[in-house]
Design a protein around this ligand. Sequence first.
Ligand SMILES: [Zn+2]
Length: 293
Amino acid sequence: MANLVEILDLKDLIAGTGHDLTTGFESLYSRLYAANPQSPVVKQIEQRVEDYFSRLILPKYPTIYDLLLLSLRQKDAIFTFNWDPFLADAYERLAEKVSLSNLPNIFHLHGNVRVSFCEHCNMAMQKADVCDTCGMSMTPTRLLYPVERKDYTDGPYLTIQWEQFREFIGRALIITIFGYSAPTTDQEAMAIFNNAWKNGESHKFIHRLEIIDTRDGDELAWQWSPFSIFHHYDVRRSFHESLLARYPRRSCEALFQSNYEGKYVEPIAWASNLEGDGIAEMIAHEGFKRDTD
Ligand SMILES: [Zn+2]
């Protein structure tokens, strides 16, 4: 987000409006939108964001997105603010190898370039002009929102994403925050998160917040400790150190057995390695086969 003005080559376009280029992309967009949401500059910015992120493609080899999806089950959910297509594309290619009932749900809290919404069926799905189910035309999800007034009840698509966010967070045992810096522009999102997560706090004895981030430990502790329950939070330096990678598809069971029953739970080795044909190895693994039977 910090380099978006350069990446999208927006300098000349924005300079022409008289706004300060150092303000930051989200604030700039917000101001231009406030002045006139239909102005040609606003429309061009939206189009460039859409074009740029739509063009991104995954490499052929297994990526962290594939691992993340395979480390979770259908009862789980991933909530992302990312516009890029990587999770949606990884989901699509994995769905060709494993049943959809073995993959987690994905919700895009700020829209996504690969997702459309059918207002008739009230469902989000892979981007297309018409709905698979009812044949009506679908609307692409909106990517940009003015930061000063992000409205998470703006239209049925976003409303559903955020309802699901509250629902899943409220009954989650483990929450993994992966590479999310919780910018001040997302205060509203953080408030929704905290209320849902802390609901019934006194009963959440073994609940766990895991933060995967490379930033300084003290900075992370300062930022995330208000969101932890009984100070149960762990900072991990990479995905491979997380409960998801060490106990793929069994992270809640592993947490319960170690923290409630006091047992030693041996990590499952299969998601620790991205080299070679990691995906085939993971799918061939006993634990995954048992899920798919
Ligand atoms: Zn439909």
